[in-house]
Design a binder for this molecule. Structure first.
Ligand SMILES: [Zn+2]
Length: 245
């Protein structure tokens, strides 16, 4: 290979693909509250939004917003960056900007799904091995798998192996069916999610999407006015925002 090979890999995406956006929206609705999903919708639309703008757009109180965002940050679904801004009077202030953590997001979804699957499997196993026969005398319990050991040929009854008392069938063997239904439901209902996960499996996002530039909506609005007048916009992150409109 020649040394002049371009450094930019051809399969690196400079735009978030539709499948990934859909996955983000779907996952936010599946795993979080409606309020979280509203925030995520905003972050899909505005790649790196200022906290002030987010509060204004969705009409949430700052304290509530931060609580919701913190959950998403802890789950590695959302990331933040702080920018120090100087007003025209020379006053400095810190401003938080939020963006979707696309680099870890897919793994977060996989982890959550895996967690649910394991919970269902455990439930399934526990309900399968749950006692379904009980001796009324010594209170010893037996699973339905042990039923053949309890069966007494002579009497045709199920007898306790300790005290030979006739065992009673327990109602707790019922959830067994429920757990299986749950796994079927899990697989069926989440199929769109699995399908989207397969779609985004090997995608690579450009650094500009993984660590997007902070965008102040006031700046966008000013730029929009200039853009509509046909003036040139030199900030690359703004160009992207404007193209999306
Ligand atoms: Zn017994």
């Amino acid at each position: 290979m020649s040394s002049t090979t371009t450094l930019v890999e051809p399969d690196v995406l400079t735009e978030v693909p539709e499948a990934l956006k859909r996955l983000v929206r779907y996952a936010s609705r599946g795993f979080y509250s409606t309020e979280h999903a509203i925030i995520i919708d905003m972050l899909v639309h505005h790649p790196c939004i200022k906290e002030d703008d987010l509060c204004e757009l969705i009409k949430f109180e700052r304290k509530a917003l931060r609580g919701l965002i913190n959950t998403l940050k802890t789950d590695k679904f959302v990331k933040s960056k702080v920018r120090i801004e100087t007003t025209s009077e020379g006053k400095q202030s810190h401003h938080s900007y939020y963006f979707i953590n696309y680099s870890s997001f897919v793994n977060v979804v996989k982890y959550k799904l895996d967690h649910i699957r394991r919970k269902i499997e455990t439930e399934e196993r526990e309900s399968t091995s749950r006692a379904s026969f009980k001796c009324p005398d010594c209170l010893n319990t037996y699973t339905d798998l042990e039923a053949d050991q309890l069966f007494d040929m002579a009497t045709g009854k199920f007898l306790c192996t300790f005290c030979r008392c006739e065992v009673e069938e327990e109602a707790s063997s019922l959830p067994r069916k429920d757990a299986r239904t749950l796994m079927v439901k899990f697989n069926e209902q989440l199929e769109p999610l699995f399908s989207l996960l397969r779609e985004v499996e090997d995608i690579k996002l450009a650094p500009s999407l993984l660590e997007p530039e902070p965008v102040d909506l006031k700046t966008i609005r000013c730029a929009l006015v200039r853009f509509s007048r046909g003036e040139e916009i030199c900030e690359p992150s703004l160009c992207l925002v404007l193209q999306e409109r």
